[in-house]
Design a protein around this ligand. Sequence first.
Ligand code: PLP
Length: 396
Amino acid sequence: MLDLDVVRARFPALASGFVFFDNAGGSQTLGSVADRVRDYLVTNNVQLGASYAVSRASTERVEAGVAAAAALVGASPGEVVLGSSSTQLLHNLALAMHGELRAGDEVVITSADHEANRGPWRRLAERGVVVKEWALDRDSLRLEARGLEPLLGPKTKLVAFTHVSNLLGSIHDVPALTRLAHEAGAKVVVDGVAFAPHRRVDVRALGVDYYVLSLYKVYGPHVGLLYGKREHLERLGNLNHDFLAEEVPYKLQPGNVNFELTASLGAIVEYMDSLGGLERAFADIAAHEEALSARLLAYLTQKPGVTVHGDPTPARGRRVPTFAFTVAGREPEAIVRAVDPKGIGVRHGDFYARPLARALGCGPGGVVRASAVHYNTLAEVDRLVDALDEAIDRAR
Ligand SMILES: Cc1ncc(COP(=O)(O)O)c(C=O)c1O
């Protein structure tokens, strides 16, 4: 079981009493991460790679941060590319794949993804690549194998899909879907941004070719992480200086990584170690999140006029605690603005998953999204429920 007092004490922002339920937009940051960023800047802010003592120490700290990032996803340091965001890394990946994707080749994207894992692949159409769209299953509101199968063929080179929808919170069966794509000879690139804050990422167990996540949603700083199988990274084109063409992952990190933020990444892993290690920590996180989900869903699913989009069950194997809902006759923005004065952060919109919001039948205001992580408490869920209840009833 998570000790919530111990957990919450690690996040200085929580001491303000503000209730954060926009965690899918960005989690709060560990105090230990912030301390490392500051410490790097005030003691080690020199160029890496020189022989003098301070530079040697800086190099070590940044390398340790990369190793920690790799450990967090079960990869080795040479398989991890860091950048400013997942969006940037996926655009860079698409650019670096120009040499292996030719006119007539096919890529599959989904209607459930954040645009970060759609736009870079859609743009390949300008080069003659055929872009097909895998639609969310209308009944299950998930990405199902039966939706993918008819899109696969000998020309399919890549399938880009999401591990968890950032609107619906539903967890997709990445290993099975990946196997299906592999059987057709295609690679997969999986968006793990909405999964990684909630469950352990193990890229080898998932079997993926590429996997991306945003560490500012995993209790860390604003850094994006792209995992790629080493042999794939070696084949990718060079985005850096000509003479760095053989340097993996440096050839994919033009301008290099952000030193102070990278140096702080070990603090995320150390935090998970303090909770019993990655396996145990994420198992306890999943159990606590299920309790949070059950409490919020108990309210949302019985409140007249409220539609919860996606899975209405709290089961930890099926969803993370990210909830999208709409209220009959009420603009999502009006609900959110009525909650704002209560010192609770929720948000409305399509969250850049526009085709999905459209498929759900949402108007331009999108959905109301409330997203929890493990540092949220049941008492906070109760505060949110009271605030929502008032906001919804006021409209009637
Ligand atoms: C599911 C998902 N994918 C991708 C992104 C983009 O991440 P980044 O802000 O690191 O570019 C987000 C951001 O909210 C997201 O929720």
